[in-house]
Design a protein around this ligand. Structure first.
Ligand code: GLN
Length: 498
């Protein structure tokens, strides 16, 4: 029998709908795969075997009863541990939420359940989604399935690694500065940050509310589109949710035709500081797009070099405010209650000191400083002005071209521990992904091959105007197909470490 973990999400849904295999068999195959490899990968913080098998059984009963199944019914998925799922531990990779079981489903979770998607468990992440390597998780790092000594990217390294390791065909990530796209790039998977407001943030534990957006992780562009279509759309429970029709991302993924499309290479992204093999694969992909009939030009975005600095003021400011609610009173951990006769403030301080790791603490301090009277205008105000300039760069660029492209990340997966003691080196991984978050526009990372010097995956980033997420899927799928024709196999069949 075929190995059910090797099927794409689209193929899985087809064989489940036809009755060729049951959703329970599919779920069990993935739970077995998790059992076999996750002690080495550590993509999951929590595996909900009983819940997954029950969800799968419900899909099988619905099929037996002749009900119409939705396009992803019976497909297993890994949920980033920043998204609430009723009754299931949600830690955000932090000690401070240890033991918390949310009393409600996030809108994304509810939509997945309603679509018959089988949620296998919660994936590892940098604490509260701060990081680019998943090493800032309080529960230990995730390992890259391509080379277990290397990082899977972050903050959603668990989601990307689960998909790359064939533990799940689909995963949900969240992207505030690159946490879906950069892990996708370094694990050879597809990752999409939708337009801000395109996917509900209700039940997504906030890092930086003006930047956060949930999106799909998958092994193919079509699978990502199917997941995108399942989770996107207006939600009255999120005041920033857009009340507009969702672009037809599935049709765009099936179209995969870039003839006549105007593609802009961002001049400021991809030069100095980018690994030679990353640039080589990017350049080859550009040549391929030209061969496919795209009209490729270079476009300047002069404010992009300032985006990283602005982000690292805006994000800590918002997160210092968002994380203030974790004080030991309502959620998870409480420390030092019985030690002496402490005041409420002392218990809060003890809980926060014990519950937050170094990176979270660093950003809370930076953000509190940036927002304090006397510094607000100098830091936060300035950063917001840069944000406006970045938005204007995008607006000007999209008057000339339909999509922009760049390498997703400056390097392939680096070694675990390599950048852990150097916050700036860690932050620089997001230099190409952050502009999209500041502008609220959508972005995708699609694999474009392996870097010749280390044999590790390289991602190409596609960027589109707000609510033109369909363009990402069109370009991504065209590249995916052209590369497949060239190699005769998808990139992930090569993932060698497991
Ligand atoms: N790596 C970036 C950061 O550390 C992005 C985080 C994210 O997208 N959640 O902030």
């Amino acid at each position: 029998m075929t190995d059910l973990t090797r099927l794409t999400a689209a193929e899985t849904a087809t064989v489940v709908a036809s009755g060729e295999v049951s959703a329970v068999e599919v779920a069990q195959a993935h739970l077995d795969r998790i059992g076999a490899v996750d002690d080495r990968v550590h993509a999951f913080l929590h595996v909900d075997s009983d819940g997954a098998l029950a969800q799968a059984a419900a899909v099988d009963s619905a099929r037996a009863a002749g009900e119409q199944l939705s396009p992803l019914a019976g497909v297993p998925l890994a949920l980033k541990d920043v998204m609430t799922q009723k009754g299931i531990p949600t830690t955000c990779g932090s000690r401070i939420l240890e033991g918390w079981r949310p009393p409600y489903d996030a809108t994304v979770t509810a939509r997945l359940k309603a679509a018959g998607v089988v949620i296998l468990g919660k994936t590892n992440m940098d604490e509260f989604a701060m990081g680019s390597s998943t090493e800032h998780s309080a529960y230990g790092a995730t390992h890259n399935p391509w080379d277990l000594d290397r990082i899977p990217g972050g903050s959603g390294g668990g989601s990307a690694a689960a998909v790359a390791a064939f533990e799940a065909p689909l995963a949900i990530g969240t992207d505030t500065g690159g946490s879906i796209r950069q892990p996708a790039a370094v694990t050879g998977t597809v990752g999409v940050k939708p337009t801000y407001g395109g996917v509900s943030r209700y039940g997504l534990v906030a890092l930086a509310s003006s930047l956060d957006q949930a999106g799909p992780c998958a092994r193919t562009v079509l699978d990502a589109a199917l997941l995108h279509a399942t989770i996107a759309g207006h939600d009255p429970l999120d005041s920033t949710s857009l009340d507009q029709p969702v672009p037809d991302v599935v049709a765009a993924a099936l179209r995969a035709d870039v003839k006549g499309l105007k593609v802009g290479i961002v001049k400021e992204l991809g030069g100095e500081g980018y690994q030679a093999g990353v640039r080589q694969r990017f350049d080859e992909a550009v040549a391929l797009l030209t061969e496919l009939g795209a009209d490729v030009v270079e476009v300047s975005a002069p404010s992009f070099p300032y985006a990283l600095a602005a982000y690292y003021v805006i994000l800590p400011s918002e997160c210092s405010s968002n994380l203030a609610k974790f004080d030991g009173m309502r959620f998870g951990l409480r420390v030092g209650e019985d030690d002496g006769d402490p005041s409420v403030e002392q218990v809060m301080a003890r809980t926060r000191a014990a519950g937050f790791g170094a990176e979270a603490t660093r950003r809370i301090m930076l953000g509190t400083y940036a927002l304090s009277a006397g510094y607000y205008d100098a830091y936060y105000g300035q950063a917001q002005k840069v944000r406006t300039l970045v938005q204007r760069d995008f607006a000007a660029a999209f008057e000339k071209v339909d999509v922009l492209i760049s390498p997703t990340a400056p390097t392939t997966a680096f070694r675990l521990g390599e950048k852990l003691d150097d916050p700036l080196a860690m932050y620089l991984n997001d230099v190409a992904t952050i502009p999209v978050n500041l502008a609220g526009t959508p972005g995708m990372s699609v694999p474009v091959g392996l870097a010749p010097e280390d044999g590790l995956p390289v991602g190409l980033q596609v960027m589109a105007p707000a609510m033109a997420d369909d363009r990402l899927y069109n370009v991504g799928a065209a590249l995916e197909r052209a590369l497949l024709d060239r190699w005769g196999h998808p990139i992930l069949e090569e993932a060698p470490a497991l």
